[in-house]
Ligand binder design. Structure first.
Ligand SMILES: NC(=O)C1=CN([C@@H]2O[C@H](COP(=O)(O)OP(=O)(O)OC[C@H]3O[C@@H](n4cnc5c(N)ncnc54)[C@H](OP(=O)(O)O)[C@@H]3O)[C@@H](O)[C@H]2O)C=CC1
Ligand SMILES: CC(=O)N[C@@H](CCC(=O)OP(=O)(O)O)C(=O)O
Length: 351
């Protein structure tokens, strides 16, 4: 239990990556948080600002260390920004007094077989997989309040589920016929160097990847299946865009008999009326990644299709902020009983 007035002592595992840097950017402004530990792997031993020179102004940040070097006594909350599958063994070894917010996909899927099928093998911490609370804040706030281990949602699944879950739950959209065309900036692939994110592989063109085989499909299906009470299979195709940040999802849906686009939009407006970070745009305004860039905001809208009975739902987020570290801090605020907007209520960066 935190002493009144004391700050939450934070460790960020994988701080030398993009989501780690985004967490530092946010937490430096958090009045109730103190960054106590930053870890890296190949970059351990370096100062944080030598790895991320944009933080040269931030005095007193800890040097990057290896996670094995810590006994965690002086830490209250761990953000885990490690690659999938690396995470579960490390989290399993952490002491129970810590609240843990995991940004990887290790604890998001509830069904062990689905996890094994999509992530290439059996889960090595099935008890923790059961315990973890899925942290899509606007839809799961009550469960998050009591969580010790939190599975922060994937970036693509955040932009898909926020609009689709209320529509499917209300019975206005048929879950059997959903096509998600998704686009992401290259920071979604992380900072570790790889051929697929070289300038020449991304600039001047776009391409689909993970066609009919991307691991975020089962995560979105899990949320929609819970919402409608039956198993959902959908089409999800991500594309890599020549930009650094941002996710745009254009979702083609079939309306249930008798449902209208106006009715669908009203459901979203009512669902998110009290939600600061989710905006259903007015009229025919189109959500754009550049209008949520660098922020925790979600912009969405619903449009009539020319094909009778169909509608088009569009949602834009910043993959590193609402799609990862911004949502992670929003979850921390809920888990620690702090005002939910603390340190993440900043405006998008435009132009
Ligand atoms: N980027 C995004 O938009 C999003 C990412 N995520 C998820 O968040 C997690 C982090 O992503 P991101 O920050 O982009 O990734 P990066 O590749 O940018 O960073 C990965 C971090 O993990 C460290 N690391 C790698 N392997 C090991 C290991 N074996 N042991 C200990 N540390 C290790 C790296 O250390 P070092 O560099 O020192 O070697 C680095 O700090 C991933 O699971 C990702 O899927 C979730 C939502 C969105
Ligand atoms: C552009 C790009 O490569 N994006 C990543 C998704 C982002 C991510 O890190 O996945 P999680 O949200 O599951 O952690 C991918 O397609 O695997």
């Amino acid at each position: 239990m935190m002493a009144e007035g004391s700050k939450i002592r934070i460790a960020i595992l994988g701080a030398s990556g993009y989501t780690g840097a985004e967490l530092v950017r946010i937490l430096l402004t958090h009045p109730s948080a103190e960054i106590a530990v930053l870890t890296g792997n190949t970059q351990a031993g370096q100062s944080f600002y030598s790895v991320f020179p944009q933080f040269a102004y931030a005095k007193g940040l800890p040097t990057l260390t290896k996670h094995e070097e810590h006994d965690w006594k002086d830490v209250d909350c761990v953000f885990c920004c490690l690659p999938h599958a690396t995470t579960q063994d490390i989290i399993k070894a952490l002491p129970q007094h810590l609240k843990v917010i995991d940004l990887s996909a290790d604890f998001r899927l509830k069904d062990v077989n689905t996890y094994a099928e999509w992530y290439g093998g059996e889960h090595r911490a099935p008890e923790l997989q059961k315990e973890a609370v899925y942290g899509l804040v606007e839809l799961h706030r009550d469960a998050i309040k009591g969580a010790r281990l939190l599975a922060n949602p994937g970036c693509y699944p955040t932009a898909a589920q926020l609009p689709l879950i209320p529509l499917v739950k209300a019975g206005l959209v048929l879950p059997e016929d959903i096509i998600i065309d998704a686009k992401s900036g290259a920071t979604g692939a992380g900072r570790a160097p790889k051929q697929g994110t070289l300038f020449c592989e991304i600039a001047d063109g776009i391409h689909a990847y993970g066609v009919a085989s991307h691991r975020h499909a089962p995560e979105i299906e899990q949320g929609l299946s819970e919402a409608c009470g039956r198993a959902v299979t959908l089409n999800f195709t991500p594309h890599l865009m020549p930009m650094s940040r941002g996710i745009l999802e254009t979702m083609y849906v079939r309306l249930a008999p008798g449902a209208t686009v106006e009715g669908a939009k009203k459901v979203l407006e009512e669902q998110y009326a009290g939600e600061h970070f989710v905006t259903v745009l007015p009229g025919k305004e189109v959500p754009q990644t550049r209008h949520v860039r660098g922020s925790n905001h979600v912009f969405m809208n619903v449009f009539a299709d020319r094909v009778a009975g169909r509608a088009i739902v569009i949602c834009a987020i910043d993959n590193l902020c609402k799609g990862a570290s911004g949502q992670a801090v929003q979850n921390m605020n809920v888990m620690f009983g702090l005002p939910e907007h603390t340190a993440i209520d900043f405006a998008p960066v435009f132009p």
